[in-house]
Design a protein around this ligand. Structure first.
Ligand code: ING
Length: 308
């Protein structure tokens, strides 16, 4: 029996620093409603989708920092999203800043099924940027100041008849992330991102931001024979340009749908989940072709192998 999952990247335009959770949630419920009208059964919101991308600022007042974090999920402002999920029968991925009861802070994402129930949680492993104020930058990127690295690893879950994995933003640049979940049979990877359109660490041509964004996800999808649904928070957010380019990548590595704007936009595609099988059973049949015993030797070579 063919498994078709009509899915969407639910891209968000800028969220202002002062914008309320309720306002952001209303925008997301609107996208969910649009999705219901188009037969969408699962959609992916961006990283840190409830607030502006606050790691762009250096803050010393931890009460202010914590104003960007959720201490409960669902909470009073996000309950509406879960109710809409159950009402429309649409599962979703939501990125948000999580503060645990014992005071740990993570850049987190949850997977919710089409009955509005939380299936799984992931905490961002690869935190880019820096932990102290760096005056030479036009804006900061202080994820290492505000978040701890994720402590959950890369699980995969069966939800809505698909094997689903999650990642967040910078994770998509690290090939290990895809492979760890590929080895567990992942068929759909969901991830959100907030990616400034200028690199403040070193000069590079701006067009490379979008090129690298798609390059890594197309490679990861192909090499692990999986779909990737990637959703941006985009547009000029508090004066910082953020790339759009939300997209859905199929197991062949081809982009099947891509955002046309840098605002709130639904990017929809029918995922034929059995398209994952060809790669997993032939070219990327890990059991038949992968040679882990050799990798260990390669990994032990710490530097350039000098001629005998
Ligand atoms: N943002 C960016 C990302 O990985 C970045 C940070 C951009 C790092 C470009 C390196 C190069 O897309 C987040 N939030 O990780």
């Amino acid at each position: 029996m063919t498994r078709i999952l009509t899915a969407a990247a639910a891209q968000l335009g800028p969220i202002a620093r002062e914008e309320s959770r309720e306002s952001a949630v209303s925008r997301m419920v609107d996208l969910m409603k649009q999705g219901a009208a188009r037969g969408v059964r699962y959609l992916v919101f961006p990283e840190l989708a409830l607030t502006t991308f606050f790691p762009r600022w250096y803050m010393e007042d931890w009460a202010e920092v914590d104003s960007f974090f959720e201490t409960e999920m669902p909470g009073p402002a996000t309950k509406r999203l879960f109710e809409a999920s159950a009402e429309y029968g649409i599962g979703f991925y939501l990125g948000y800043a999580e503060k645990t009861p014992d005071g740990h802070r993570y850049n987190t994402a949850i997977l919710v099924d089409d009955k509005g129930a939380i299936v799984g949680k992931y905490r961002k492993v690869h935190l880019p940027g820096h932990s102290e104020y760096e005056g030479h930058r036009p804006w900061q990127h202080l994820e290492k100041r505000y978040f701890e690295p994720g402590d959950i690893g890369f699980p995969v879950w069966r939800s809505q008849n698909a094997i689903m994995g999650m990642a967040i933003c910078n994770d998509r640049r690290w090939p290990e992330m895809y492979r760890v979940m590929g080895l567990k049979g992942m068929e759909v990877l969901s991830l959100g991102y907030n990616t400034p359109d200028v690199n403040t660490s070193a000069w590079e041509p701006n067009h490379l931001r979008m090129f690298h964004n798609h390059l890594v996800m197309q490679a990861g999808a192909y090499q692990n024979s999986s779909y990737v649904i990637a959703t941006a928070k985009a547009g000029i957010e508090e004066g910082v340009g953020m790339i759009g380019g939300s997209c859905i990548v199929q197991p062949s590595g081809e982009i099947v749908a891509q955002a046309q704007t840098v605002g709130d936009e639904l990017i929809v595609a029918d995922l034929d989940l059995d398209l994952c099988k060809m790669g997993k059973e032939t070219i990327f049949n890990f059991a038949r072709h992968r040679r882990v015993e050799h990798y260990g030797i390669i990994a032990s070579q710490t530097g350039v192998v000098e001629p005998e």
